[in-house]
Design a protein around this ligand. Structure first.
Ligand code: UD1
Ligand code: CA
Length: 462
């Protein structure tokens, strides 16, 4: 089986974090997950992830059938280095397989580039192909040393390089494609005789060249794909690049983004054609937005499904769904498990939680709808409260089709309002409202004539 070995045992001290580096996120997805996804796109049957520092947390966070973890021993008396890390995955390397080596902290690498690397590697029948790029500032990277014919001679680490070698701009990305048999051969030969006393996987190049085997370099033009993340500053740079990639792909698919630099769409979100997204919008998780929608400024949509022709203005929608033609906001809050039907209006300062709202219903202003089942063509007046909590448990209310709930009413759960039930404004409803009935549940108005004058508050003759 073709596999990738993904190195992720390093500590990542410069992140200044209590969490393992590879679990930090770019556009909502952990760094390591991007690398695993790229490996999958390159048709690797398995990703073998080498973990060390914070291994428990890393293993806990990613559970996929095609991902296997191996733990690199970490400590003062054990060896260290990229070569030692790759050795941990040795048992998964089949002789006749293709193995790509990747880092868990380079999220910008694409499946497309890996496929090209493999294609190039196979077309030349190399035993090892190094992925490289030219960098304006190659400081810290291993340099690709070539001979007069342009063939790779070795990779020299920055710390081991001569002043001449330090001038080389072409760097080792740390990603490689190997023939399994020869990778294993090289792993048996590399030692830790260098400036850092580490086992370098880069030494495999020389080991294989010494055997007169074919080693090549595949150089890519887009250097950002090899960027490793070592600090929060680099994390933010990667975020910017990734955000741009995601937003570009939506625009190329027919979505209008008014200000892509201020639009935050996570990897994996689906948006239909002719939808317009305004600045400050955040769309996260497993969200899907249909066609011809208008997502107004500062809306936040998390794990939710939005139909076609929906308008959402400055509202938050979490773990919910909104069907076609509905209008949400401004300033509405749809909390988890809210299902809004077609052509519904959920207006300003309306909060909905764990409720369904049927087609053509309206709650235009200032309401709380919690644990409710609201039918079709229902009007929920301004300021209506579904009183779902009695201090101990949450209870459910049902409002059937064509009911009318007057402004400032309370529906004390559990309670049912039947079809065409009408509730007078200001009522506190605790009992069922029958079909076609009007319920008034408030104190009758009493008028005391001249009360102000009788009390001497105001002189009647003035
Ligand atoms: C390595 C390369 C260098 C290349 C650079 C690209 C070597 C010797 N050098 O250098 O040529 O230009 O990457 O970024 O390979 N890791 C482990 N276990 C270890 C050591 C490292 O899992 O024992 C992981 C780290 O978590 C990291 C990756 O391997 O993700 C690279 O390690 P790092 O120490 O950053 O390598 P460099 O010295 O930067
Ligand atoms: Ca590094």
């Amino acid at each position: 089986m073709n596999i990738s070995i993904i190195l992720a045992a390093g500590e990542g001290t410069r992140m200044k974090s209590k969490y393992p580096k590879v679990l930090h996120k770019v556009c909502g997805k952990p760094l390591l997950k991007y690398v695993i996804d790229a490996s999958r796109e390159a048709n690797m049957g398995k990703s073998v992830v080498v973990v060390g520092h914070g291994s428990d947390k890393v293993i806990d966070s990613i559970r996929d059938d095609d991902v296997t973890f191996v733990t690199q021993p970490i400590g003062e008396d054990v060896p260290y280095g990229t070569g030692f890390a790759v050795m941990q995955g040795k048992e998964y390397i089949a002789d006749d397989s293709c193995v790509i080596i990747l880092y868990g902290d380079t999220p910008l690498i694409t499946g497309d580039t890996l496929n090209k690397l493999i294609e190039y590697h196979n077309s030349l029948d190399n035993v090892c192909t190094v992925l490289s790029a030219d960098l304006e500032d190659p400081t810290g990277y291993g340099r690709i040393v070539r001979d007069e014919a342009g063939d790779i001679v070795s990779i020299v680490e920055h710390k081991d390089a001569t002043s001449e070698e330090l001038k080389i701009k072409e760097v080792n990305s740390g990603m490689y494609c190997f023939k399994g048999k020869y990778l294993k051969f090289a792993l048996d030969k590399i030692d830790n005789d260098n400036a850092q006393g580490e086992y370098y996987i880069t030494d495999a190049v020389q080991v294989l060249k010494n055997e007169k085997l074919k080693v090549g370099v595949y150089k890519i033009a887009n250097q950002e794909e090899i960027y490793g993340i070592n600090s929060r500053v680099q994390l933010q740079e990667a975020e910017k690049i990734m955000r741009n990639r995601i937003n570009q792909s939506h625009m190329l698919n027919g979505v209008t983004l008014i200000d892509p630099e201020n639009t935050y769409i996570e990897d994996g979100v689906v948006i239909g054609r002719d939808t317009v997204v305004y600045p400050g919008v955040v769309i996260e998780g497993n969200s899907e937005v249909g066609e011809d929608c208008c997502i107004g400024q500062n809306a936040k949509i998390v794990n939710s499904k939005i139909g076609n022709n929906v308008e959402i203005l400055s509202s938050t929608i979490i773990d919910s769904s909104v069907d076609d033609e509905s209008k949400i906001g401004p300033y509405a809050y749809l909390r988890p498990n809210s299902h809004i039907g077609k052509n519904v209006k959920i207006g300003d300062f309306v909060e909905v939680k764990n409720s369904t709202i049927g087609d053509n219903s309206k709650a235009s202003h200032l309401s709380y709808i919690g644990d409710a089942e609201v039918g079709r063509n229902v009007n929920i007046g301004c300021g209506v409260v579904f009183v779902n909590y009695n201090g101990k448990i949450k209870q459910k209310s049902v409002v059937k089709d064509n009911a009318f709930v007057g402004s400032n009413s309370n529906l004390v759960a559990p309670v049912v309002v039947k079809e065409y039930g009408y509730i007078a404004a200001g009522s506190t409803i605790t009992d069922e409202v029958g079909r076609g009935n009007l319920s008034i549940a408030r104190a009758r108005q009493v008028n005391k004539e001249g009360w102000v004058f009788d009390k001497g508050i105001l002189d009647k003759n003035k």
